[in-house]
Ligand binder design. Structure first.
Ligand code: SF4
Length: 167
């Protein structure tokens, strides 16, 4: 039988109170618990790793999304108008480094985040509106072949793991 695949996990989904407003996004799915028991999960917060504090101002991407940030065409702005592109790009690279160090080919990332969002992100207007798209860490992970799922797609990840592990 193939070795069990490691999965990078957004730390706020594991219950850590590290989001911009000091809250968590605890995910209580049985699947996640099973993967934790199997030793698959590598828990990581890209923003904390990059030195950002909790709490911190909310941030949204403007002039594009994650891939555009990596290409220097979009920026990350805090709600007070400060450009924080640099630490957020660093956050993306640290997420990739962590995934690669642990041999993760899969990730479960918190949707909606400008860093970890994989299905939807906020539209840059700070009005609460979301658009389909991905954050900066997810864009970099996917560029390097890591398959990213949101916390709403755990069943799809379960099927994918069964495929690659030959079960
Ligand atoms: S950067 Fe990702 S892991 Fe960290 S608090 Fe934001 S969504 Fe959660």
């Amino acid at each position: 039988m193939a070795a069990k695949e490691k999965i990078l996990l957004s730390a706020c989904l594991a219950g850590h109170h590290i989001r911009y407003n000091g809250s968590d996004k605890s995910c209580t799915s049985n699947l996640l618990q099973q993967w934790r028991n199997e030793g698959r999960l590598i828990t990581h917060c890209p923003e904390l790793a990059a030195g950002l504090a909790t709490p911190r101002l909310s941030a949204e991407m403007v002039n594009g999304q994650g891939i555009d940030m990596l290409n220097g065409r979009a920026q990350m702005m805090e709600s007070d108008g400060r450009d924080v592109t640099q630490p957020y790009v660093l956050a993306a690279w640290l997420a990739l480094q962590t995934a690669q160090n642990h041999g993760c080919r899969f990730a479960i990332m918190t949707d909606g985040s400008p860093t970890c969002g994989s299905q939807n992100v906020y539209d840059g207007s700070f009005s609460g509106a979301k658009v389909p798209g991905e954050g900066v860490a997810v864009a970099l992970l996917r560029q390097h072949g890591i398959e990213v799922f949101s916390e709403h797609q755990l069943d799809a990840l379960r099927r994918r793991l069964a495929e690659v592990e030959g079960r």
